[in-house]
Write a protein that binds this ligand. Structure first.
Ligand code: ADP
Ligand code: MG
Length: 698
């Protein structure tokens, strides 16, 4: 017999094979259990019915009651839509549908009393509600509930009428079909110790909250559950590793480091850099394997720290690698490192996915012979075919895109795991970092190189352009340089590229007296280098570019960064871009150019940029602006796993609790062999089955 939880969703009444396919593809709902764990992303108070005269276009979701007085179609082709006039005693609004016109007209009647639910907006001077939910008042099964859960749906789902409401109904059906309570996922002693409600009650109340208090308890229980298993897995795995691992001992300070320090360093290290290098050196000389997180805001000089540590490794006859999330970043690092170490005569190589096969073979041979001491690369470095003579130190830049699994692949490239330094500009509070990454130690560069002035950031709109150009011209006249950035989400998107090329022509016309260069990802690397070089040398005073410069050039004389369509960039991307200016002695400016029609979220993002230069605040705000349903968001925020319900910034206390619970369990039963803990072992295997290759070193 198949267990209730693992029954295929297509067997639930109201689903069927076609919708099952969509649910699976779009929302990851394949089984009954997946559906029960598809939690609402928000709750709306449906106890209130508004009068139509009370509503305006800025309100969130609202509910009104009245009748449809008229149906009419408008527009042609793609713009074809069905409209309905919906009225109560106080006034009328327009309801609009862009799809499913036939279905709507067959289903709803003029003159019948309905409750309409949706998000009002102003369109052509009228208040309209697009794709509203419509229900008959008496038939409203949620009438006695105050809080109605809302479920994430994608465009594809909506097109097939798989709406939030539909999902809610499915869960209702599923819930009433069930004959026995849902089995627990935690041992009873853990549930009791932390005064949690049962899983059954929690799932019920997360979907159909009886009261706000019960909803709160349900959320607590489910967040705890989620974080507890992550902690349990992490702690179990860390203790395994600790038992097994000794580290390479780097005891020498040799020629590479000394000559670099004396001859190649163009500036003094900041105190923070010195402190951090000391911390790392102590670790690498201790005989224990190092696992360290290096945090430092954009421009704080993390690369230099990494380079010096790689040179320490080389002095001790060990190889190092530095792994970056993108090809551009890797290339950038490679070029920087080669330039910085050119006097040392040390073997440095670049290996990425697009390295030619013949070249790759040469590099692999150099790694195996030990001739190459430092290799810079992308994911390509963790491929099976990359073998080292003796790798002792691994640097991972912008860690958020590398999970534990990927790190572990690097660990296995030598008989014992190399030392690991993970560098990130995403500041995670120290306690959280420790909790999330287990036994990672943390170093912080909390000081920028001297002479940097905070960048002044301004939000401006298209109609301000003439004034902006004037201000820009003033800067240029004073000898400064400027970046003008265009969005290019996918380097292949034709319309974006056109946008950039048009922008380039436009800027050349506006500033005929200055040389303008242009850089984007479609250029051949030789062309790109030539364009970059023009800007670096100062020959070109304006650089029109895409986000390739996010990680690119370093020109202290550049004092203006103007970002076109700033609303199309994410917060951390804007912060990275802005980090390109403010590197010289002059006051620098970042102009965020946006269209007037900003969504609330975009508006908030841009306001945050104007308010602060602090990467920490920005990261925090970024996390809070993203909904919990935003899987990608969780991944980008530095957390190497997806969370369904817990929020790292807000749920720190629950995380601590879960951590304590997990270590309590493991202290008493390290291998989870006791009867009462079998449930844990089983569930761990289930939750982390994809990660079973995680166990390291035999
Ligand atoms: P990030 O921490 O963002 O990776 P980088 O390592 O790219 O920062 O450094 C940013 C810039 O600051 C580089 O141009 C680098 O050469 C420069 N830099 C690093 N350390 C110092 C220092 N101690 N003094 C002056 N400039 C420095
Ligand atoms: Mg960097």
């Amino acid at each position: 017999m198949v267990e209730f939880a693992s029954v295929d969703i297509k067997f639930l009444s109201g689903v069927g094979p076609k919708r099952a396919e969509i649910l699976k593809k779009e929302a990851g709902i394949a089984t009954y259990e997946d559906l029960l764990y598809y939690f609402p992303y928000k709750y709306i108070d449906k106890s209130r019915i508004y009068k139509i005269c009370e509503i305006d276009g800025n309100m969130p979701y609202i509910q009104i009651e009245g009748v449809i007085t008229d149906f009419f179609e408008q527009g042609k082709g793609k713009g074809r839509r069905l409209c309905a006039t919906f009225s109560d005693k106080s006034g009328s609004v327009e309801l609009v549908w862009f799809q499913g016109i036939k279905y709507i007209t067959e289903r709803y009647m003029k003159g019948k009393l309905y409750v309409v639910f949706g998000k009002p907006a102003v369109y052509g001077g009228k208040i309209t509600i697009a794709h509203p939910e419509i229900d008959v008042p008496s038939n409203n099964s949620d009438a006695n509930l105050t809080l109605q859960g809302y479920y994430n749906t994608t465009e594809v789902m909506k097109k097939r009428f798989i709406t939030s409401r539909y999902i809610h109904k499915l869960i209702e059906t599923l819930w009433s079909n069930r004959t026995t309570p849902l089995p627990e996922t935690l041992p009873q002693y853990v549930v009791n110790r932390y005064s949690l409600i049962s899983l059954h009650e929690a799932i019920r109340n997360i979907h159909f909250p009886k009261t706000p208090e019960m909803l709160h308890k349900a959320q607590l229980r489910l967040k705890f559950d989620e974080l507890f298993y992550i902690q349990l897995n992490l702690l179990r795995y860390m203790s395994l590793r600790k038992q097994n691992l000794n580290g390479f001992k780097f005891s020498k300070v040799g020629n590479f480091v000394n000559s670099f320090y004396r001859e190649c360093l163009p500036f003094d290290l900041t105190n923070a850099q010195k402190r951090v290098i000391k911390e790392i050196r102590a670790d690498m000389g201790s005989g224990k394997q190092m696992n360290r997180l290096l945090q430092g805001d954009v421009g704080s000089g993390k690369t230099l720290v990494a380079v010096m540590c790689m040179l320490i490794a080389a002095d001790n006859d060990y190889q190092s690698c530095i792994m970056a999330p993108t090809e551009i970043l890797a290339t950038q690092h490679y070029e920087n490192i080669r330039r910085m170490t050119s006097k040392l005569g040390i073997g440095v190589a670049l290996l990425t996915g697009s390295t030619k096969k013949s070249e790759r073979e040469v590099i692999c041979a150099g790694l195996l012979s030990g001739e190459i001491k430092i290799v810079v690369g992308t994911h390509a470095l963790i491929e099976e075919y990359v073998e080292f003579r003796n790798i002792g130190f691994v640097v991972i830049d912008e860690q958020h895109r590398f999970g534990v699994e990927q790190r572990s692949k690097l660990w296995r490239k030598n008989d014992s795991p190399p030392h690991v330094l993970v560098m990130t500009a995403t500041p995670i509070p120290r306690t959280l970092a420790m909790t999330l990454y287990g036994d990672l130690d943390v170093s912080v560069i909390d000081e920028l190189p001297p002479g940097r002035k905070p960048v002044t950031t301004l939000l401006r709109f298209d109609n301000n352009l003439p004034a902006i150009y004037e201000a820009l011209r003033k800067q240029l006249r004073e000898g400064r340089q400027a970046y003008i950035v265009y969005p290019l989400i996918q380097e292949s998107e034709k319309s974006d590229l056109k946008n950039l090329l048009d922008g380039y022509e436009h800027i050349k016309k506006v500033f005929p007296e200055y040389e303008v260069c242009m850089v984007h990802g479609k250029l051949k690397s030789r062309e790109k280098d030539a364009e970059m070089q023009k800007f670096v040398s100062g020959e070109a005073r304006i650089m029109v570019a895409t986000t390739v410069i996010e990680v690119g050039v370093d020109v202290p004389n550049a004092s203006v960064m103007m970002i076109q369509n700033a609303e199309r960039f994410g917060l951390s991307q804007l912060h990275q871009l802005r980090g390109r200016v403010g590197r010289g002695a002059e006051q620098s400016y970042c102009i965020l150019l946006a269209s007037h029609k900003l969504s609330n979220d975009s508006r908030r993002r841009l306001d945050i940029m104007c308010k602060t230069n602090d990467g920490f605040e920005i990261a925090e705000a970024d996390l809070q602006l993203r909904g919990p349903g935003d899987m990608e968001g969780t991944q980008q925020s530095g957390i190497p796993f997806n969370l369904r319900i817990a929020r790292i910034t807000r749920d720190g206390q629950i995380l601590q609790l879960a951590r304590e619970a997990a270590s309590f369990v493991l202290d008493n039963d390290p291998l989870l062999e006791r009867e009462e803990n079998l449930i844990l072992k089983k569930r761990l295997a289930l939750l982390f089955k994809k990660r079973s290759d995680l166990r390291l070193v035999g």
